[in-house]
Design a protein around this ligand. Structure first.
Ligand code: HEM
Length: 216
């Protein structure tokens, strides 16, 4: 999440607030996504029309939503330092969630009703998500924690695409902007993740501690 910590007179408070907002957004989107597993409420017809909807969307929603739900816990400094075993186990569940969510996301990308360009947007997101998470996992296994932190920040920026996607979809569906819904969906398949990755890269290059050291 983009924050201006340096301009804040209370950086620690700012870090805690941004972590909380981040965690609330992730939890809300993750819990809402579990409705696919419970077949609860009306489901978007464009998504139900995905050529690979069953069983891939159920696998995808379950795994990716679990990764999204637990990811903010990994940025808690107190949990990392006082409960390293819990941090490691949550990390394993997160990585498995990303891997299963990424592979199923790749299958779904080949079946989107919005066409090949949207499929390419989601497909590249899946490849980037699998790669960054795999590299973060490998770095943790070989105890290269500097590389682990950098790759996990990138991985989380991509996991957070689930949140930015829904924000952009809400704007597009509100018809506040004079943009055709189909064209907007194609653009969103890239917009939901490319800017996230750019922000993550800027934070890493600036050495912003917040990415790896938010609220304790
Ligand atoms: C970051 C990598 C991800 C990729 C590559 C990806 C890919 C996709 C694709 C291709 C679809 C089908 C879209 C369509 O048919 O038009 C989809 C739908 C969906 N994805 Fe993901 N996804 C990712 C992350 C996530 C995460 C982290 C969540 C967790 C909440 C999630 C939850 C869902 C849900 C619930 C749907 C159904 C669509 C909706 O209700 O709006 N995805 N995803």
């Amino acid at each position: 999440m983009i924050t201006n910590r340096l301009a804040s007179p209370h950086p620690a408070l700012w870090d805690r607030m941004s972590w909380l907002v981040n965690a609330l957004l992730c939890s809300a989107v993750a819990l809402f996504s579990y409705r696919y597993l419970a077949s609860f409420g009306p489901l978007p017809s464009s998504i139900v029309g995905n050529a690979h909807f069953f069983p891939w969307l159920l696998i995808h929603a379950g795994a990716a939503a679990t990764a999204l739900l637990i990811a903010p816990l990994q940025f808690l400094k107190g949990l990392r330092s006082r409960r390293p075993t819990v941090h490691r186990w949550i990390g394993r569940v997160y990585a498995v969630g990303c891997m299963v969510g990424g592979v199923s996301g790749l299958v779904l990308a080949a079946g989107v009703t919005a066409g090949p360009v949207a499929g390419l947007g989601f497909g590249l997101l899946a490849v980037a998500w699998l790669s960054t998470t795999g590299l973060a996992w490998r770095a943790a296994v070989v105890r290269d924690f500097s590389a682990h932190r950098a790759w996990i920040v990138r991985s989380f920026a991509l996991t957070f695409a689930a949140v930015t996607l829904r924000v952009y979809l809400a704007v597009s569906e509100s018809q506040l902007l004079p943009i055709d819904a189909d064209a907007a969906y194609i653009a969103i398949s890239f917009l939901c993740w490319v800017p996230n990755l750019v922000v993550a890269e800027i934070m890493l290059r600036r050495g912003t501690p917040r990415a790896g050291r938010p609220a304790s």
